[in-house]
Design a protein around this ligand. Structure first.
Ligand code: FEO
Length: 171
């Protein structure tokens, strides 16, 4: 049985994951309207992944005798100044999500819920990868700057920017 504090913290994380999915969906749609088809596909996929993050929490909470709360979602931003500023928003969002996961792990440790703490390790690992990927994308965009052909290639190749290639250079 989940302790009330853990259940409430898990439901809060469920909301964050659902909002992440919604935000990335809005980003995908924006990119599509800008003619950035590759970036749009990348973000549609990313949005689906966040939905899976949410779903895992729904099922875990219910399995452990709690009640998952399916939340209302805020309307995400629909316009971005540039591709750069959109990915900067994405990176900052992922950094925020990592902090929330860490807070959640801390709540579990305080409440001595080691089962949930163990369940959350998947999210801890996932966040390391997502932040690394977002940083790699930002680095590439900074390198490209205002170069239109660079941007064209970025959009064509974004699907090949994998977590492996983002982690490799620094480790
Ligand atoms: Fe599920 Fe990217 O946080």
């Amino acid at each position: 049985m989940l302790k009330p504090k853990v259940e409430s913290a898990l439901n809060n994380q469920l909301l964050i994951e659902a909002e992440s999915s919604q935000i990335y969906l809005a980003m995908a749609s924006w990119a599509e309207t800008q003619g950035l088809g590759g970036t749009a596909q990348f973000l549609y996929k990313h949005s689906d992944e966040e939905r899976i993050h949410m779903l895992k929490l729904v099922q875990y909470i219910n399995e452990r005798g709690g009640k998952a709360i399916i939340p209302a979602l805020s309307k995400p931003t629909k316009e971005y100044k540039s591709l750069n500023s959109m990915f900067e928003t994405l990176l900052n969002h992922e950094i925020m999500v990592s902090e929330k996961i860490n807070d959640l792990v801390e709540t579990c440790l305080k409440e001595k819920d080691y089962t949930t703490q163990n369940f959350l390790q998947w999210y801890v690992a996932e966040q390391i990868e997502e932040e690394a990927l977002a940083r790699t994308i930002m680095d590439k965009l900074k390198m490209i700057g205002a170069d239109k052909s660079g941007l064209y290639m970025f959009d064509r190749d974004i699907e090949t920017i994998t977590i492996q290639s983002s982690v490799a250079p620094n480790q």
